[in-house]
Design a protein around this ligand. Sequence first.
Ligand SMILES: [Zn+2]
Ligand SMILES: [Zn+2]
Ligand SMILES: [Zn+2]
Length: 111
Amino acid sequence: MTESRTESMPMDEGEVVKTNNQPTENRPFALKRWNALAVWAWDVDCDTCAICRVHLMEECLRCQSESSTECVVVWGDCNHSFHNCCMSQWIRQNNRCPLCQKNWVVQRIGK
Ligand SMILES: [Zn+2]
Ligand SMILES: [Zn+2]
Ligand SMILES: [Zn+2]
């Protein structure tokens, strides 16, 4: 009685294309991988700056010690967020998101 079909998966992001050419027995495996990806995305979605490890609602380490600059949060196109001051330091050496390694494109800056 286990007729679970994966035809109506809500979002297919390239992963499903692979399974088209393959026998049906490969399908459960593909589904598992997709689940793992989703869990991973949840895990990364936290409110801590991955660069200085300080919560994004608080000022970054640098701003805490100087207490003169305004510490804002920057969101990238990949939906990861960091302190703007941490990120501007980071992209001098590496123009990629420290969490997902995608090219860093600023989506918005604010609180
Ligand atoms: Zn930071
Ligand atoms: Zn700061
Ligand atoms: Zn990212």
